[in-house]
Design a protein around this ligand. Structure first.
Ligand code: NAD
Length: 496
């Protein structure tokens, strides 16, 4: 797409709203504007809700197996267009092609999971809850539901939401991140070609005004949100106050504990990929390493060597990919640099320094090189605030207990990892760490489509998590029917 304004999808029609301000979409690898997005408000959201409301009665009556057929066809189309879509993800986000493939592959897995709708939507029943009386529960869609997305997974995060919501019989209003709207633009076009009726999926664009309009609209029954913690908290508060079901996943600060008995080679690879994969812009990034006892001396020199061997550069082409791409905007790059500046001023050891990283062939790209800051003391900003960039903070701990206490002191609770060859240490860590997703010798323990994404503490606001069976539970309400027929047994073979 050239520098065009990304259109909305309302009731099966793609259109660009008139008179709305627009905001730029960048190719972070080059710092170039590649599209613009309209900043919509109440009027566009209302039009989308009206279209979704009109489409709901027919879609909810469409048998689940028939709804699933749309997703079988979509899956085939996504496979056919896989390479082009991944290039598009790298172009609008800056992540490497390998990372873009992971982004889309995980999204396709949710589509595959949604294809199991007839089984996923089955209810429960029990005969003879009392003599001659039977009871069964079944699942019903909620109505019009909405999804609000962050920038860091242009394919996966939106696809955590709408495949499940739609296959459950709901109609949907998607608001992609205004920083990366292009991937979903194409995927939703494919969804239409796969046979989804007009109005079942609608797309609006924008920032806060658009989100507020979604939260305030009485025609929307539920909101799925993924983004930073301050916004997640607001979404949950406003959405539930307006009587909606809300699941709001927030930010993170994930600790990786390195025990002295950890396998050095695998731990170094896990720490490097966990901290610097997707340039650290992952809610499951291992952004803090806690070295227990002599683990620091055993692991850090090899880690620094591995980080120094990484190259940074443009990712917007099929050939010669670097090990790490750009961060999302120039503003975000400057914030990351200033956090490293502050840490250095406060006397922390900057072991590898990505602040001055420049890429000759793409001088305007938004680059920060991989940075490791060591000996950071408890209470430091780098241990409390989410950096969401390629910065690995290292602290030291005297024991596993001390390491768990450090991890549990911060407010988030998305992920945590331990590197060890001791089953006992791993068990103790898994049991006591205050995080909803744990990796044992796995740096980024992000669950696949058939499991829920179970963040805790300040990383999640709501009751039912995104993905897996909790996702199905979130997008449906149950009806429980109790049945008794009179004249039971009259003239039939069961009569006594
Ligand atoms: P963000 O919170 O800035 O934006 C997320 C969405 O909220 C966007 O669609 C944006 O338009 C909207 N928004 C922004 N400010 C708003 C406001 N004041 N009121 C209403 N809506 C607003 O997040 P981001 O920078 O796009 O994404 C990065 C964040 O997402 C990180 O904190 C990351 O940890 C988090 N994240 C969490 C998970 C998870 O599963 N917990 C997954 C991916 C990303």
């Amino acid at each position: 797409m050239s520098v065009e304004t990304c259109p909305l999808l309302v009731g099966g029609e793609w259109k660009t709203p008139s008179g709305r301000e627009t905001t730029p979409v960048y190719n972070p690898s080059r710092g170039e504007i590649i599209a613009r997005v309209p900043l919509c408000g109440a009027e566009e959201v209302d039009a989308a809700v009206r279209a979704a409301t009109a489409a709901f009665p027919d879609w909810r009556e469409t048998p689940p197996a028939e709804r699933a057929q749309v997703f079988f066809r979509l899956k085939a189309m996504l496979e056919d267009e896989f390479d082009a879509l991944c290039l598009g993800i790298s172009r609008e986000h800056g992540k490497t092609l390998a990372e873009a493939r992971g982004d889309l592959r995980r999204g396709i897995e949710v589509v595959e999971y949604a294809c199991g709708a007839p089984t996923l939507l089955m209810g429960e029943s029990l005969e003879n809850v009392a003599r001659g009386i039977d009871c069964h529960t079944d699942r019903h869609p909620l109505g019009v539901v909405s999804g609000i997305c962050p920038f860091n997974f242009p394919a996966l995060v939106p696809m955590w939401m709408w495949p499940l919501a739609i296959v459950c019989g709901n109609t949907f209003i998607l608001k992609p991140s205004e920083k990366v709207p292009l991937t979903m633009h194409r995927v939703v076009q494919l969804l239409e070609q796969a046979g989804l009726p007009a109005g079942v999926m609608n797309v609006v664009h924008g920032g806060r005004e658009c989100v507020d309009a979604i939260l305030e609209h009485p025609g929307i029954e539920a909101v799925s949100f993924v983004g930073s913690t301050p916004v997640a908290r607001i979404i949950h508060r406003k959405g539930t106050a307006a009587g909606k079901r809300v699941q709001a996943a927030g930010g993170a600060k994930n600790f990786a504990v390195i025990m002295p008995d950890a396998d050095v080679e695998n731990t170094v690879a896990g720490l490097r990929d966990g901290a610097f994969g997707c340039a650290g812009e992952r809610c499951m990034a291992s952004s803090t390493a806690v070295a227990v006892g002599e683990a620091g001396e055993r692991v850090l020199p090899s880690l620094v060597e591995a980080v120094n061997a990484m190259d940074v550069g443009p990712t917007d082409r099929a050939e010669s990919q670097p090990s790490m791409g750009a961060v999302i905007t120039g503003e975000h790059r400057d914030r990351i640099r200033s956090l490293i500046n502050a840490a250095e001023k406060e006397g922390n050891d900057v072991l590898t320094d990505g602040r001055a990283t420049e890429v000759a062939e793409a001088p305007d790209g938004f680059y920060v090189g991989p940075t490791v800051v060591d000996h950071v003391e408890p209470g430091h900003t780098l241990l409390k605030d989410e950096v969401f960039g390629p910065v690995l903070t290292v602290t030291r701990a005297s024991s596993l207990e001390d390491a768990i206490a450090q991890a549990n002191r911060q407010a988030f609770g998305n992920g945590a990892a331990i590197y060890t060859s001791s089953g006992k240490a791993a068990r103790e860590f898994r049991h006591r760490v205050s995080a909803g997703m744990v990796g044992i010798n796995v740096g980024v323990p992000a669950p696949l489509a058939f499991f829920p994404f179970t963040g805790w503490n300040e990383s999640f606001f709501g009751d039912l998590h995104i993905q897996g069976r909790e996702g199905i539970e979130f997008y449906t309400k149950r009806k429980t029917t109790t049945t008794r027929w009179f004249n039971f047994g009259e003239g039939d073979i069961w009569a006594k």
